[in-house]
Ligand binder design. Structure first.
Ligand code: ATP
Ligand code: MG
Ligand code: MG
Ligand code: MG
Length: 465
């Protein structure tokens, strides 16, 4: 089954059960300053769950584009290291706004997997929140699933929240067992973090609204929010273990291989690049541009990481933006907004590539020299700061290089340097207030003073002319 067929089968199944199909919302949440990026299908329905907005339906289904690269759900550091994480992925979801609750949510999910997709029951594992006896009884007594493939888990995995505040509740998850050839224990066991049992679907029983002080207030009506990663399900359906081997990634990895000259298609840098082109492109589609703060800085960090992985494979020319046409071929049908913005995406990526190209090579030389002369396995905060300040290396980029070499970065030392920089910037901006507009260069250029960028403390002199 192709990914496109899976999307369609999912939506069709839930439409048949009375759900309204709703198109994906942007990766930048509308009017929600508490959230960096849309990290789940429920985000566009947040107000509906909270009872602050009513819609003309009580059941919905969607395929939502999601980004998990900052805030509460952040998988950036997992990319390239696990078989199942992306910074950008698509979430298949069905939602009930005070309509059905646990029983139907469980019945629908099981029916879709075992009857629609014909997945064998003995490959599926189920977990519930340890205090949720109701869900446990539905699975074991009503659905009759095998108790040997069932576990009760704590809040870390089985109490879902969108962020520090907002809708949340206990959940029940379904895992797929990829078989003995892969390391990792079943859910709830001490070695559950391996990639043998891969979580595919999370059924959240939305019951509370968490406020900033942690208080849980019951929602007006108990609701359901489910999320299943399209790429993980596609891996199961396409008999692949690793998400990066599914149809959606093949052409992108292939193109990245051509552009970098790396022949081994399982090379993790190729996978990182293939992941990053998806998140970066969709961020730009949805209005984010590289900058030094907030969402724009997350975008800049991910682009620079991708470029550094290209550099690691020997590519020193701009290449990243050349992946966009292949991405559009793969995803354009499902996301017409990507087709519409293609030219803008390519332009923005190319510009950022050219900008970083000027400093990447020199920065890497400094970093290599530093690593070669290290007496310990920690890269100093001073070096990391110098790379950041002079060469535009985001801290996580330096940390990414460090991790590849079995090293770490002194992040506390980095922060100390950063604070000292801010201190210098503060005194400089006092100075700029006084000197504003006073210096005149032959009447052509006016010095307006210094500008301190709050996100990274960089001081820039500002001229007009
Ligand atoms: P994991 O434990 O594997 O990190 P999760 O518990 O953080 O996943 P949920 O928040 O429950 O994930 O999200 C619902 C579903 O979305 C998951 O069951 C999975 O199928 C999918 N998913 C979550 N994070 C990612 C990701 N980074 N890349 C791809 N799919 C993901
Ligand atoms: Mg996770
Ligand atoms: Mg999980
Ligand atoms: Mg989960």
């Amino acid at each position: 089954m192709t990914s496109a067929e899976i999307r369609k089968a999912f939506l069709d199944f839930f439409v048949k059960q009375g759900h309204t199909a709703v198109h994906s919302s942007p990766v930048v949440p509308a009017n929600d300053p508490t959230l960096l990026f849309t990290n789940a299908g429920m985000v566009q329905f947040k107000e509906t769950f909270l009872g602050q907005e009513t819609r003309d339906y009580t059941r919905a289904t969607s395929v939502q584009r999601c980004i998990r690269a900052g805030g509460k759900h952040n998988d950036l550091e997992n990319v390239g290291y696990t078989a199942r994480h992306h910074t950008f992925f698509e979430m298949l979801g069905n939602f009930s706004f005070g309509d059905y609750f646990k029983r139907e949510a469980i019945q629908y999910a099981w029916k879709f997997l075992t009857e629609e997709l014909n997945l064998p029951e003995d490959k599926l594992w189920v977990t519930v929140f340890e205090e949720d006896k109701e869900a446990e009884d539905i699975w074991l007594k009503e659905m009759g699933i095998d108790a040997t493939r069932f576990s009760r888990c704590g809040a870390k995995d089985n109490f879902w929240s969108m962020g520090d505040t907002g809708p949340c509740g206990p959940c029940s998850e379904i895992f797929y067992d990829h078989g003995e050839s892969v390391a990792g224990g079943p859910p709830g066991s001490p070695d559950e973090d391996g990639d043998r049992y891969i979580e595919i679907w999370n059924l959240v029983f939305m019951q509370f609204d968490r406020s900033a002080d942690g208080t849980l207030t019951p929602l007006p009506k108990p609701s359901v929010d489910t999320g299943m990663g399209l790429e993980r399900l596609a891996a199961v359906m396409q008999k692949e273990h690793n998400n990066y081997d599914i149809d959606l990634f093949k052409a992108i990895v292939q193109k990245a291989s051509e552009l970098t000259g790396e022949k081994n298609l399982t090379n993790s840098s190729l996978r990182v690049i293939a992941d990053h082109i998806r998140s970066c492109s969709f961020m730009i589609v949805d209005g984010v541009l590289p900058s030094n703060e907030g969402r724009g800085y997350v975008l800049r960090r991910i682009i620079r990481r991708a470029i550094r992985h290209g550099y690691k494979l020997g590519q020193t020319q701009a290449f990243f933006h050349k992946l966009v046409p292949v991405l559009v071929e793969q995803m354009g049908d499902a996301y017409p907004e990507l087709v519409k913005e293609q030219a803008n995406v390519e332009r923005a990526l190319k510009l950022e590539e050219e900008r970083f190209a000027e400093t990447l090579e020199n920065g890497m030389k400094i970093l290599e020299e530093d690593i070669a002369s290290l007496q310990s396995d920690v890269i100093s905060g001073t070096t990391a700061f110098k790379l950041y300040d002079t060469y535009g290396f985001p801290l996580d980029l330096t940390a990414d290089v460090a991790r590849e070499r079995g090293l770490t970065v002194d992040e506390v030392g980095f922060e100390r340097e950063m604070e000292a920089q801010r201190e210098r910037a503060r005194s400089a901006s006092n100075f700029s207030a006084q000197s504003k507009g006073k210096i005149d260069f032959n009447g052509q250029t006016k010095f307006l003073g210094y500008h301190k960028d709050d996100a990274d403390g960089v001081i820039q002199a500002i001229f007009v002319g």
